[in-house]
Ligand binder design. Structure first.
Ligand code: BG6
Length: 471
């Protein structure tokens, strides 16, 4: 049954003039309006520092959605949606602004305090003043307020922990939604659903049966106007710390026995906290695309990695010595995200034969593919692979973009598509192990051609173990 929101709500976007808001949040709200999932009364408030007239913000909202949706736009729906959009000029670090915000909201709703979703679309440097003031300057502490905070949560395990404790001075854990937009992707959700509903598949996804797992997230775009951010973080914090480790956890965890978020979080944590980064430097390959230094603002001596391939293990009996390879990079030949599980061969089998594979494609299309090897009846040593493929993309009228789905989940208090703090902390520890290894061994950043498949050294990473990257 399709879920429609019945109760009115306030939705405040902190950092309403930023790219995240324009490219993801406004279009997500449109998708909810288009599918008639929003109630009669709701109030979208852009909170930002720059003074602006409501009309001007409504136009920005309208234009961002129009640009994003393109020719399929339903102008009437967007015009109606924009009627629910307001603007509030405030200072992130001033208590007074938050008191005024509260009065502003109450005025809009005719004095009723509804569920209030506070969306953090601001750089992490301003998280704290917003959290503090939202917490301290609310007049009634019983308000139903929910904070939505996008990754990156913290900059390392220490700052993540510190931020978490900071938040807990003002809000309880159930009020905080820690968001990684990959969890809103239909394909990522399908990994869990396929595993939970198919014993066959789940029996296959046992460490004992698996030769290796390859998780790839390639992008064809470069860093463009995000140089400032990227120079600070690099590809490992940007992509591996949350997105790829989450995919890894979904693929390898024991399936949760209940549909409760705590069950899912517990199983993912069990994997993330057992990840072992091998200590040898040959287990990491780094790269930087050749044109990176020509991007505006990149220092001439930048060693920032825009590509990384890494081998990891999971320290659990079932996964003993099963290599898990992660690789991700920018400015590569195409955008593609996938998980490929390579199954073991029988010891008596010809080891040169193609392996059996389970592939889960997450982007650009969402498919599940099972590839089996068969022997031609005619030839003694001729083999063919039989592939069976099925789309796992959401189809029909009620599919939502990632942020649309995640916003609905905040409203219906479904924490399954959000991260627990323990998972974030465990992921930071893995990230730190990787970064420490890089700095300890001064691992070289290899140049690679724009539009290529990344540095060729990545092949050695898998070949050292007798494998190849699967296409
Ligand atoms: C973001 C990263 O979290 O995810 C970006 O900061 C990256 O660098 C993006 O491009 C990838 O997301 P998607 O949904 O386009 O695969």
């Amino acid at each position: 049954m399709i879920y429609r929101v019945k109760e009115p709500f306030f939705f405040t976007i902190f950092g309403a003039s930023g790219d995240l808001a324009k490219l993801k949040i406004f279009p997500a709200l449109y998708s909810l309006a288009e599918q008639k999932r929003l109630p009669k009364d709701y109030f979208i408030v852009g909170f930002a520092r720059t003074p602006k007239e409501r009309k001007e913000f409504q136009k920005e909202f309208y234009d961002s959605v129009k640009n994003k949706i393109g020719k399929d736009l339903n102008k009437k729906i967007l015009r109606d949606l924009v009627e629910h959009v307001y603007y509030f000029t405030g200072k992130y670090d001033q208590c007074e602004s938050y008191k005024e915000l509260k009065d502003f909201l109450l005025k809009l709703s005719g004095g009723k305090m509804h569920t209030h979703i506070a969306y953090f679309s601001v750089p992490p440097t301003v998280f704290k003043p917003i959290i503090k003031n939202l917490g301290e300057c609310r007049r009634q502490k019983t308000d139903d307020i929910r904070l939505v905070i996008e990754k990156p949560f913290g900059d390392d395990s220490c700052s993540a922990e510190e931020l978490y404790h900071f938040i807990s001075n003002y809000f309880s854990e159930d009020q905080v939604y820690l968001l990684d937009h990959f969890l809103g992707k239909a394909g990522v959700q399908s990994i869990l659903h396929l595993r939970q509903t198919n014993r066959i598949l789940n029996l296959l996804l046992k460490g004992y049966e698996i030769a290796n797992i390859q998780i790839t997230a390639f992008e064809d775009i470069g860093i463009k106007d995000r140089v400032g951010y990227f120079e600070e973080v690099g590809i490992i914090k940007d992509m591996i710390q949350s997105h790829l480790l989450q995919i890894l956890a979904f693929t390898t965890m024991s399936i949760p026995l209940t549909t409760k978020a705590e069950s899912l979080h517990r199983e993912k944590y069990s994997i993330l906290s057992a990840i072992n980064v091998p200590k040898k430097p040959e287990n990491i390959v780094l790269g930087q695309y050749k044109e990176y230094k020509k991007e505006e603002g990149v220092p001439a001596n930048s060693k920032t990695d825009t590509f990384a391939a890494i081998k990891l293990y999971i320290d659990q009996e079932e996964w003993f010595k099963v290599p898990i390879y992660l690789r991700t990079g920018k400015k590569l030949s195409a955008k593609k995200t996938n998980v490929i599980v390579e199954f073991k061969k029988f010891p008596f089998q010809n080891q040169e034969e193609e392996p059996n594979l389970l592939k889960i494609e997450l982007s650009p299309e969402e498919n599940i593919i099972i590839q089996l090897v068969n022997k031609y009846r005619s030839g003694a040593s001729q083999y063919e692979t039989i592939a069976t493929s099925k789309s796992i993309a959401c189809s029909g009228d009620y599919c939502l973009p990632e942020h649309g789905l995640l916003l609905l989940d905040v409203i219906r208090k479904n924490k399954c598509s959000f991260l627990s703090f323990r998972e974030i902390l465990a992921s930071w520890r893995v990230t730190e192990d990787i970064l420490n290894l890089i700095s300890k061994h001064k691992i070289k950043v290899n140049k690679y051609d724009d539009g290529s498949g990344g540095p060729s050294l990545q092949n050695k990473l898998v070949q050292n173990d007798g494998f190849n990257w699967h296409k």
